[in-house]
Design a protein around this ligand. Structure first.
Ligand SMILES: [Zn+2]
Ligand SMILES: [Zn+2]
Length: 332
């Protein structure tokens, strides 16, 4: 199953000419989730070439304006085109109050908003994956988001199955699902006889705004990808502590401690150069990227290769075919 993480907004607090405020799209199979919805998130979707897709859920890591101001416009657009499917919006305590406050701006919606507040725990389950919240350490109630896939069964050994007298057909499927089967000759065959060792699954963890904290490290233990904020550099460590943010160096230390596969730094202050952030982090954890807006990470299953970082706009310039899951073609 494909898994993409698309960076639609990578700036902290205020947009810059090149970076929009927080919004990250996770696409897995046909399911699309948005983590944070900063100002202009819907336009970022359009500009990326992905188009204004019907999201399946939105997760807000906390209720600072740079993480939710894009929500009223997005909901309004969905209503203008008569969306009917309900939309789940998840966030920390205070979310319901915020949406009540925004309601006069948003007006009537053509679909149900299913609002759920959570500080920790399971948010939803979807085709072999779970989305969980974990508490983080910011100046207001805040959560991080973890997408965790279920472990995949091992590779099915067709030769072994045939050798044990299992005929090709439905019995193969039952073995693959972990069931014992009986062959036409009356022998019992167990899944372990024909399946290799369980294969590692993937996980993506997004810190949201936070100090470097144990909760993120625990959630990110062994993750395929950790998307961590890096609002500051180490030279502004004190300011980071005051405002309850992290530095690029601290994010890298946490990534090293958690043993993640790849660290992506986001939520950069306009005063931080991406190159400086990357250098500072790489000194402590080498598997680091600092994505720009419209860059997308593809996360293949571990046995199929390394993550691939693509600039969606460069790709759409080369080939006019929109990326997978696109609903409309880019308008620029
Ligand atoms: Zn922020
Ligand atoms: Zn914040």
């Amino acid at each position: 199953m494909d898994l993409f993480v698309t960076f639609l907004g990578t700036a902290a607090s205020v947009p810059t000419a090149g970076r929009s405020t927080s919004a990250t799209l996770i696409s897995r199979g046909g399911v699309r989730w948005l983590v944070d919805c900063g100002e202009g998130a819907q336009r970022q979707l359009l500009r990326s070439g992905i188009g204004l897709i019907d999201l399946d859920a939105i997760f807000l890591t906390h209720l600072h304006a740079d993480h939710y101001l894009g929500l009223p416009g997005l909901l309004k657009s969905y209503t203008l085109r008569e969306r009917e499917a309900p939309l789940g919006v998840f966030g920390p305590p205070g979310l319901e109050q915020l949406l009540r406050t925004l309601r006069p701006l948003i007006g009537r919606l053509s679909f149900d908003l299913e609002i759920a507040e959570a500080s920790a725990g399971l948010l939803l389950e979807e085709s072999g994956s779970r989305v969980e919240a974990f508490p983080t350490a910011h100046s207001i109630p805040s959560i991080g988001i973890a997408l965790v896939e279920a472990t995949r069964p091992g590779e099915f050994d067709v030769d072994a199955a045939c050798g044990l007298g299992v005929p090709e057909g439905p019995l193969f499927g039952r073995l693959q699902r972990g069931e014992m089967v009986t062959t036409p000759a009356g022998d019992t065959v167990a899944p372990a006889q024909v399946l290799g060792p369980a294969r590692p699954s993937r996980s993506v963890v997004l810190s949201g705004d936070t100090l470097p904290c144990e909760m993120t490290a625990n959630a990110a233990r062994g993750a395929t990808l950790l998307v961590h904020e890096a609002t500051f550099l180490d030279e502004d460590r004190e300011r980071a502590a005051e405002t309850q943010h992290s530095t690029a160096g601290q994010a890298a230390e946490l990534a090293a401690e958690a043993g993640v596969g790849l660290l992506a730094l986001t939520h950069l202050s306009s005063r931080v150069s991406p190159r400086d952030a990357e250098q500072e982090a790489a000194a402590r954890f080498s598997a680091v990227v600092v994505p720009r807006d419209f860059e997308q990470l593809e996360l293949p299953y571990p046995e199929r290769g390394e993550p691939i970082l693509t600039d969606l706009r460069a790709r759409s310039r080369r080939e006019p075919v929109p990326p997978e899951g696109a609903a409309t073609v880019p308008d620029e």
